[in-house]
Design a protein around this ligand. Structure first.
Ligand code: ADP
Ligand code: 5GP
Length: 210
């Protein structure tokens, strides 16, 4: 009897450490499947097609929208980002916990479409640390960093729409916390009805045998 997969949304300010956290979470635990998004953004050095993203032209991306191949999509700082539908459906059906690392507009759409999804928001302990991490990553121009910090102001207004806040200070602690939130979700009564009904049945059999 396999357990049902849970859909998990992880959002957070650019530079908060979502990508770093995901890598660590996936290397530690086998139960997770990370959805690889499609984007029109250009690859960063070291990013590979199909690993961090499926890199698409604007035309290709718009075709995916037209084909209804995305569960959700959004624009973020001049680019399109979207979640391919097939992989998510496949992995959930196999009982894996599927993680979508997406921004807030996408998170809202997922919550509407999948009310059972668990929404996590990742932040640094303060804004200064966020700025330092963005600068330290050295992957964006100062202009784009400014845009991303401006976007963070807007995103911070939407945090109440999430279920959990996770502070990425010490990476190991943060990863362990996320895993424990998801494990708690699996312990909810609604995901355990098969076991509950079987215990009920066994108990009835006991008392009938008396
Ligand atoms: P995001 O995916 O949220 O934009 P990244 O995972 O790219 O963020 O992390 C941004 C930068 O911060 C990277 O250079 C990464 O190595 C660093 N970083 C991530 N987590 C931590 C942490 N817990 N402590 C210190 N630096 C971190
Ligand atoms: P980045 O360019 O830093 O990789 O991502 C920019 C933002 O887009 C991040 O907030 C990331 O979570 C978000 N993002 C990545 N993939 C998707 C997606 O498929 N859908 C949505 N809505 N946002 C995404």
């Amino acid at each position: 009897m396999g357990r049902e997969g849970i859909l998990i949304v992880v959002s957070g300010f650019s530079g908060a450490g979502k990508g770093t956290i995901m890598k660590e979470l996936l290397s530690r635990y086998e139960q997770y499947a990370l959805s690889v998004s499609a984007t029109t953004r250009k690859p960063r050095p070291g990013e590979e097609e199909g690993k961090e993203y499926f890199f698409k032209s604007r035309e290709e991306f718009e075709q995916m929208i037209a084909d209804d191949a995305l569960i959700e999509h959004a624009r973020y700082v001049d680019n399109y980002y979207g979640t391919p539908k097939a992989y998510v459906e496949e992995q959930l059906a196999r009982g894996r916990d599927v993680i979508l690392e997406i921004e807030i507009q996408g998170a809202r759409k997922i919550k509407k479409r999948f009310p059972e999804a668990v929404l996590l928001f990742v932040t640094t302990k303060d804004a200064q640390t966020l700025k330092e991490r963005l600068l330290g990553r050295k992957t964006e121009t100062p202009e784009v960093i400014e845009q991303r910090l401006a976007r963070a102001v807007q995103e911070s207004e939407g945090i109440e729409e999430y279920d959990y806040l996770v502070v990425n200070d010490e990476l190991n602690v943060c990863v362990a916390e996320i895993h424990s939130i998801i494990e708690s979700e699996h312990r909810k009564i609604k995901y355990n009805m098969e076991l509950i009904n079987s215990v009920r049945e066994e108990l009835r059999n006991f008392s009938e045998g008396e």
